[in-house]
Design a protein around this ligand. Structure first.
Ligand code: HEC
Length: 325
């Protein structure tokens, strides 16, 4: 009898030690899960920002415009448009800023370059120069080579300049998420992608075969001017520089006001004033677009072309605008 009790006591002791051991393992593993590098590295929407806009605000902008209705983030959302989790890592901020500023058209190299220079001056980009940027963000280079000037399916959501910066902050945040490779890359056949691009290009009203699309803004007009009339060269500049993505020539409203009938017209500004669209006004609009804001249009969306275009470029553009009666 006593040996039976002894046995029971021993078994109970063993059981207690097993439980203590398991609790010990549980505590140790719990500590690991809090001190593990993954957790410490996890990005936070509150301390990531871009151009003074927080990723938290960007997340709210993404939600307010129902980004998930077309796009996915970490695979969540609608599978109509590309997953955006890593888009910042692929294209960088300058391409995103150019694209979100004119979402109906894929940006040209020149307009990405204009955004690059501005963001560099603002201290938001630290790549040494535009070539270094394109080398680092292959997705930007690839998109420019393949689709510059082609119509995009994304609608114009009328983002303000601040909303665009906030969205970039959000993408900067999402690019830092450890997604463990999710969602997987879509493996569409390249020929299918090319066919789609060609189709869009044909439907697009824009001329894609720029004579100089792959050169930086500063080098473009010079060649054109030598063998084209100022109005023709001005027209080409509005395509190469990406103006055409935001300004129509048929009176329709894109991101900015139409160029049709602009020259010599009376423009209503959002401060209540009216100005005549003469040479001085147009020059100012191109070099310092936020000085006067046209009534009903967003602030901070048109980039400044200061330092990116010569006086001759501007004269040619104005000569061209005069022809758009
Ligand atoms: C990313 C879009 C975008 C691009 C690219 C762009 N613009 Fe604009 N532009 C706007 C918006 C938005 C406005 C209206 C707000 C304002 O007045 O700044 C505007 C206003 C203007 C105005 C004043 C129009 C008026 O009705 O008074 C002119 C002129 C102009 N842009 C010329 C150009 C030229 C030339 C280029 C290319 C060198 C260009 N823009 C590129 C968006 C753009």
């Amino acid at each position: 009898m006593s040996s039976f009790i002894e046995k029971e006591k021993k078994a109970r002791k063993v059981a207690i030690w097993i439980i203590i051991g398991m609790i010990g393992i549980w505590i140790v593993l719990s500590i690991f899960s809090f001190t593990g590098s993954e957790v410490r590295k996890r990005p936070n929407t509150e301390n990531i920002s871009f151009n003074n806009q927080s990723a938290l605000k960007g997340k709210q902008v993404f939600q307010a415009y129902n980004g998930m209705d077309c796009h996915t983030i970490v695979g969540n959302g609608a599978y109509f448009a590309p997953d955006l989790t890593k888009v910042y890592e692929k294209t960088g901020a300058a391409w995103l800023k150019a694209y979100l500023g004119s979402p109906g058209t894929y940006p040209t190299q020149a307009i990405v370059n204009v955004n690059f220079q501005q963001l560099k001056n603002d201290g938001e980009i630290d790549d040494a120069n535009f070539d270094a940027y394109l080398e680092k963000y292959e997705g930007a280079k690839e998109r420019i080579d393949r689709r510059a000037g082609v119509k995009a399916l994304m609608p114009n959501l009328n983002f303000s300049g601040e909303e665009i910066d906030a969205l970039i902050a959000f993408f900067k945040y999402s690019a830092q998420l450890n997604t463990a490779g999710w969602p997987p890359e879509v493996k569409a056949r390249q020929s299918v992608i090319d066919d789609e691009a060609d189709k869009l290009e044909k439907e697009s009203g824009l001329i894609r075969s720029f004579s100089s699309a792959s050169k930086p803004a500063g080098q473009q007009g010079n060649e054109l001017n030598t063998n084209a009339s100022p109005a023709v060269s001005g027209q080409q500049l509005t395509i190469d520089l990406g103006c055409a993505a935001c300004h129509s020539t048929d009176g329709s409203k894109l991101i900015g006001p139409s160029f049709k009938g602009l020259y010599g017209s009376q423009v209503s500004l959002d401060n209540g004033n009216t100005v005549a669209a003469d040479d001085a006004y147009l020059i100012k609009s191109i070099l310092d677009p936020n000085a006067d804001i046209v009534k009903g249009y967003p602030t901070g969306v048109m980039p400044s072309f200061k330092g990116m275009v010569t006086d001759e470029h501007i004269t040619d553009i104005i000569t061209y605008l005069k022809t758009l009666k």
